[in-house]
Design a protein around this ligand. Structure first.
Ligand code: AMP
Length: 471
């Protein structure tokens, strides 16, 4: 077995690795570090959780240890698809360079340009950036990429999903032709293949076992949820989630709960909180400082349940997540692998439980095809409980009902017109159910009976209000 000391890394880097508690290199590290140290291009096909960040950071800092930073001309560049992932790389960089004098700048959205420019002006060895922010800086004329000797592209498949490939191509063309490129992707989609053929020169190809096989430590289950009456489906699905969490008992130290939609991230998080679970949401619409705060609290154990969207959870590096719950089946099979890879990290066991509805059958089948195995079915613990028993409490139900609408629908909904009908909007803020709101806005207009909570609010609108709302 390869040892770190066999890898020709800088002794100061070896010291930092030792202090981080790493004993042996992971396969991607053993495969990628030697060619990278020789100055060769590397194409790494590896998922998150395999130790890929260290596989490019360690050789990079060893090579950079030999030179000095110049003003405005970073010597190396790491591109990551999301702020979280970029911040994660920066943290790794700090850990591994703690005995060296290398400088870095992190260029991500949500942080002031001024602060970042001041760092670049002084000169940095490593620039870690998201593609958009990097190009913003470039266009402001404060940054030259002609000094880049080593360029890393991390999670290229995610860049592709997020539409960053044109930005990446542009950035490649702004760096010197002679640069060394270390390129990482979990999968090799044709577009990724094209980029690597264009911009990498005779790369050493290092492919490690897919997370699907690497993650045999993760016990997986799927619970088939047959749905419920249309208007109760969300409520009942959240009740099922709670049952599934409870069924894990004390084994749950902490968990990431994934939803497909941002609106559901908020709803599920609120609902869990209402039931006394220590939960917080994280998704792309929350501002950066809030996302960082939530992530820190989750890492420190102050939050037990992190309800997340795929993008927000990228790069989430918490070595000891015991559980992943998939509230929804992801639409891309690879996302399933990424999601469950939040648990079972760094040699620990993990558990992943997913809820699947009949409409998810196709996506579930694609996941199982990717894993090349069937995910064991879990009996639905709610199957014998009549729907009435899974109702959320009266006040919370009415609250979550008004929250339940997907964001787009909420934005388009007529009651989102506080100027014309302040009373009904006020009652919505207080958490009144649609029926309550309708009753409120209906005062003096005659009463509509017989629809209970199911009354669509537009019915109660005046002709003018409906016309103004385009109904
Ligand atoms: P990554 O795939 O880069 O996101 O890394 C996954 C996790 O493994 C991180 O928490 C790293 O700190 C950890 N790690 C990386 N390399 C090693 C190693 N050689 N031994 C033990 N843990 C490691």
């Amino acid at each position: 077995m390869t040892k770190f000391s066999d890898l020709s890394l800088d002794p100061k880097v070896l010291k930092a690795i030792d202090e981080a508690g790493y004993e042996t290199p992971t396969p991607i590290q053993a495969g990628a570090i030697p060619p990278a140290l020789e100055g060769r291009d590397v194409l790494g096909i590896a998922q998150t959780g395999t130790g890929k960040t260290a596989s490019f950071t360690l050789p990079m800092i060893t090579l950079l240890g030999k030179g000095r930073a110049r003003a405005r001309m970073p010597r190396s560049l790491v591109l990551a698809p999301t702020r979280e992932l970029a911040a994660q790389v920066a943290e790794n960089f700090d850990t591994y360079t703690k005995h060296m004098k290398l400088t870095k700048a992190l260029l991500i959205g949500g942080v002031s340009f001024k602060e970042q420019e001041a760092l670049i002006d002084k000169g940095v060895d490593v620039l870690i950036a998201t593609p958009g922010r990097l190009l913003d800086h470039f266009e402001r004329g404060k940054l030259l990429l002609t000094g880049v000797q080593i360029m890393v592209v991390d999670e290229a498949d995610r860049m592709l999903d997020m539409g960053f490939i044109p930005d990446i191509e542009r950035i490649f063309s702004l760096t010197p032709f002679t640069r060394q490129t270390l390129f990482f992707s979990a999968t090799m989609a044709p577009e990724i293949e094209r980029i690597t053929n264009t911009f990498l020169s005779a790369p050493a190809k290092v492919e490690v076992a897919r997370q699907a096989t690497a993650s045999e430590r993760i016990a997986q289950n799927v619970c088939i949820f047959e749905g419920a009456k249309r208007d109760r489906s969300g409520t009942r699905k959240r009740a099922l989630l709670r049952k599934l969490i409870d069924a894990e008992g004390d084994n749950v130290d902490n968990a990431v709960i994934f939803c497909n939609r941002k609106s559901d991230v908020d709803i599920v998080s609120k609902s869990l909180k209402k039931y006394g679970y220590d939960a917080a949401p994280i998704h792309g619409d929350l501002d950066q400082s809030q996302r960082n705060r939530t992530l820190d609290e989750f890492r420190e154990g102050k939050i037990k349940f992190l309800v997340a969207s795929d993008v927000a959870a990228r790069g989430l590096d918490v070595p000891s997540v015991t559980h992943v719950f998939n509230f929804d089946v992801p639409t891309h099979a690879e996302d399933y692998v990424h999601r469950i890879g939040r648990t079972g990290r760094a040699g620990r066991d993990g558990k992943a439980v997913m809820i699947s509805e009949p409409r998810d059958d196709k996506n579930l089948a694609a996941i199982e095809a990717l894993l090349q195995k069937e995910i064991p079915r879990l009996e639905n613990p709610l199957a014998d409980e009549p729907e009435e028993q899974t109702k959320e409490p009266r006040n919370s139900r009415s609250k979550s009902r008004s929250d339940d609408r997907p964001k787009a629908a909420a934005d388009a909904a007529p009651e989102g017109q506080p100027k014309r009908n302040p009373r009904s909007s006020k009652s919505r803020k207080r958490g009144g159910s649609p029926a309550d709101q309708v009753a409120e806005s209906n005062k003096g207009r005659g009463v509509i009976v017989g629809m209970g909570d199911h009354m669509p609010s537009f019915i109660a609108m005046s002709f003018d209000e409906r016309r103004a709302a385009g109904l």
